[in-house]
Design a protein around this ligand. Structure first.
Ligand code: FAD
Length: 475
């Protein structure tokens, strides 16, 4: 059976970009249809941010219990038996969180009167979309289209994922048995987050990174505490290593890499995880028929998320870096208002980026180097968590972590804030608010931060930039 429908807004993709766009469009009274081929929630909720953070949390709990069982609890906790972990239960617990959130998204869309169609959307021109569902073919004629097709894992030429031995991040998040050893190709944030979690759960982990250091894109001051953690845990990191091929022999993966010295090495693991980045989903759904301009591999948009085709908008991972859920969501909320003619533009001062590594890293705005390269004369303040009472009380002061603030010397306008340390992801909101509000160092230095909290480190870093910190020596 074929039916034809029309709508004010057609959203493709039910990820953190698409579903907020649809909800906001529905709230604004627009007749809205959302098409999602998979489950509502997209990469982030189903196979990205949320399941990874659930596993990271569980892994840290397990690691603490293991340390206690080995007599290494700093506050004297002992556990007489060696803790064990049932991967199947861990996986079920994680699936429960994902399922609950995905149903929640369905409820929110329903509440906003958005019609959800499950199936693969394919365009024959910019305003004609066909979806084949389980029981019918739906032809949709929208007035406006929001493309939020997202991204997928980048494949490594020569090493194909099979879901059994050679895994993508989505496979690694669904493991129901613990691998004894795993090689991780790519030491970006996804590879490191998953690799560190698996190591805490007891897996022997090795990283292979083509670049010169872990977390390419973050400066060495920020990555040093993470590298120090990897060193302490004896997790090997092979930098300058080019993964060439992988063969499965006797239920194990034999990985061949070329080192920076030009030598060929073979490493053997139970599993191999490929985590070398993500690609926008630009093929298989008729993008080429829509007449939109591209910006390299991404769909090109202007500051109102408009593509070059009238009435066609694009958001999220499909339109480029940073490929992060909160950017997609902010664009989704914005684009619905643009469609209704409101004066909105997507022009954030900064988009926070967090690595849920050990310790965590958060970066908002410019690093000192970036600020100088952009032509600013700067002042920088740092405050170490080693001097934070709350970090000490949480046994989180020995991670070599700190908060770092960069401001323009002439007027003290804050240009960037970064932090490394346990739980610093939760500080990202204050960091980005400071930049969005155009804060100067004095605004932060004179804002009373509750004691004892990790957030006091931001206050102290601003005081340090002004030359008079209280809890560390000036200078
Ligand atoms: P997606 O979430 O990819 O959603 C796109 C949706 O569109 C998909 O559900 C897809 O099925 C659907 N779709 C595509 N084409 C069609 C079609 N033709 N018809 C119908 N449906 C279609 N980001 C963070 O901010 N923080 C994190 O901690 C974080 N951790 C991550 C961890 C991992 C392991 C991974 C893989 C990613 C992580 N990300 C994180 C990135 C984040 O998941 C993405 O940036 C975000 O999901 C992008 O949202 P989106 O809506 O643009 O696209």
């Amino acid at each position: 059976m074929t039916k034809e429908i029309s709508c004010d807004v057609l959203v493709i993709g039910g990820g953190p970009g698409g579903y907020p766009a649809a909800i906001r469009a529905g709230q604004l009274g627009l007749k809205t249809v959302l098409v999602e081929a998979d489950r509502l929630g997209g990469t982030c909720l189903i196979r990205g941010c949320i399941p990874s953070k659930a596993i990271i949390h569980a892994a840290s709990e397990f690691d603490h219990a293991k340390a206690a069982s080995e007599g290494q609890s700093p506050f004297g906790m002992t556990i007489s038996a060696t803790p064990e972990l049932d991967f199947k239960t861990l996986n079920d617990w994680k699936a429960g969180i994902v399922n609950g959130l995905s149903s929640g998204v369905a409820g929110l869309l329903k509440g906003a009167k958005v019609d959800v169609i499950k199936g693969w959307a394919s365009f024959s021109n910019a305003k004609t979309c066909t979806v084949t569902t389980d029981d019918e073919t739906v032809i949709i004629k929208p007035t406006n289209v929001v493309l939020a097709n997202g991204s997928t894992e980048t494949e490594l030429p020569g090493i194909k994922t099979d879901g059994t031995h050679i895994l993508s991040s989505r496979h690694a998040l669904d493991l129901i048995e613990q691998p004894k050893s795993i090689g991780v190709i790519g030491a970006g944030y996804i590879g490191l987050e998953l690799g560190i979690a698996l190591n805490k759960l007891g897996t022997d982990v090795s990283f292979f990174e083509a670049g010169n250091s872990i977390l390419p894109g973050y400066d060495s001051e920020l990555t040093r505490p993470v590298q120090a953690y990897l060193d302490r845990r004896k997790i090997s990191v092979h930098t300058g290593a080019q993964a060439n091929s992988a063969e499965i022999k006797s239920d194990q993966v034999h990985l061949t890499v070329e080192t920076s010295a030009g030598e060929t090495e073979t490493h053997v693991f139970d599993k191999l995880l490929i985590a070398i980045g993500r690609q926008p989903v630009t093929s298989g759904w008729g993008l080429e028929t829509m007449g939109v301009d591209m910006n390299g591999k991404f769909v090109a948009i202007d500051s109102q998320c408009r593509t070059s085709m009238s009435g066609v908008y694009a958001i999220g991972d499909l339109v480029g870096e940073p490929m992060l859920a909160h950017k997609a969501t902010a664009q989704g909320e914005c684009v619905a208002e643009v469609i209704t003619g409101q004066k909105r533009a997507f022009s954030p001062v900064a988009i926070p980026a967090v690595c849920f590594t050990e310790p965590e890293i958060v970066s908002v705005g410019l690093s000192p180097d970036q600020a100088e390269t952009a032509g600013n004369e700067i002042i920088v303040g740092r405050f170490p968590f080693a001097a934070s009472g709350k970090a000490m009380a949480m046994n989180a002061s020995k991670t070599r972590g700190f908060v770092r603030i960069t401001a323009r010397k002439s007027d003290h306008v804050v240009l960037g804030i970064q932090a490394v340390g346990a739980h610093v992801s939760e500080l990202s909101g204050e960091f980005v608010l400071a930049l969005e509000m155009g804060a100067v160092l004095e605004d932060i230095a004179h804002t009373i931060h509750a004691h004892p909290t990790l957030s006091e480190a931001l206050n102290e870093s601003a005081l340090a930039a002004l030359g008079h910190p209280i809890h560390i020596k000036a200078g």
